[in-house]
Design a protein around this ligand. Structure first.
Ligand SMILES: [Fe+2]
Length: 240
């Protein structure tokens, strides 16, 4: 009997163009010094396991899980925003049913996490985590508040530009993109080694959302668009 590998031909994914992804070692981003592989990577051939296999959590997504402003008794403090966009593959085709998870600091720049003890207030009405599935057109939408910039210990006077962490799961557990979305015009970009670790300027710009009047709602919330491209020359950079 034929094995699966002889009946199905698998086309390899397009590898990202050089410099469009951050290197695993970028010394100004200090945490990479300890965690970067010390030996050259072994590139494995793509197999069926990238497009099949278990998926995680899709069936547990609630209708309101994409609204980070309605998870508590009251509304969180901060600038209410709508973040929306599409998830696309390397050929510009929309990816339906992708699980998107986000996590972020509150509007004062504080995470609800035991490790974040810097002196900014926690908001009792904001947890900072949400998730959703892309629809048939690959579209997603979150309602949240704009996160604040926060200090970290990477170097003297280090501050992260405001950002929202994104994780995208595709059709299998192994197909995952983890990245960060930024906001236009942030003065901290030039000083942030995580943002700067992406060598290609154009690729870096793809992590910055765009203000969008079309998805902005009068008297209610500003809209920002952030499209995610999973592979190919326009791929959204990963975070290291
Ligand atoms: Fe963060």
């Amino acid at each position: 009997m034929d094995s699966v590998s002889t009946r199905v031909s698998i086309r390899s994914y397009v590898r990202p163009p050089r410099d469009s992804q951050p290197p695993s070692l970028y010394e100004p981003y200090r945490a990479t010094i300890k965690r970067a592989p010390s030996k050259p990577l072994v590139v494995l051939p793509h197999t069926l396991s990238e497009i099949t296999g278990p998926i995680f959590g899709h069936e547990k997504v609630g209708e309101k899980d994409n609204d980070l402003t309605c998870q508590h008794a009251g509304e969180p403090i901060g600038e209410r925003i709508i973040v929306s966009g599409r998830v696309l593959d390397s050929n510009g085709r929309p990816l339906p049913n992708a699980l998107i998870e986000v996590w972020q600091a509150n509007s004062a720049g504080r995470y609800r996490h035991v490790k974040d003890q810097h002196p900014a207030p926690l908001d009792p009405n904001f947890t900072g985590a949400g998730r959703t599935l892309t629809d048939g057109q690959g579209a997603y939408r979150f309602i949240t508040v704009k996160p604040g910039a926060y200090p970290w210990f990477n170097h003297y006077n280090a501050w992260r530009p405001a950002h929202i962490h994104f994780s995208v799961f595709g059709t299998a557990f192994i197909t995952r993109l983890v990245t960060q979305m930024y906001f236009p015009g942030d003065p901290l970009f030039a000083y942030d080694p995580i943002f700067q670790s992406i060598p290609d300027e154009k690729a870096r710009q793809r992590l910055i959302s765009k203000f969008d009047l079309e998805t902005t709602q009068p008297q209610w919330a500003k809209g920002f668009r952030f499209d995610i491209v999973l592979r190919g020359p326009e791929a959204t950079p990963f975070e290291t």
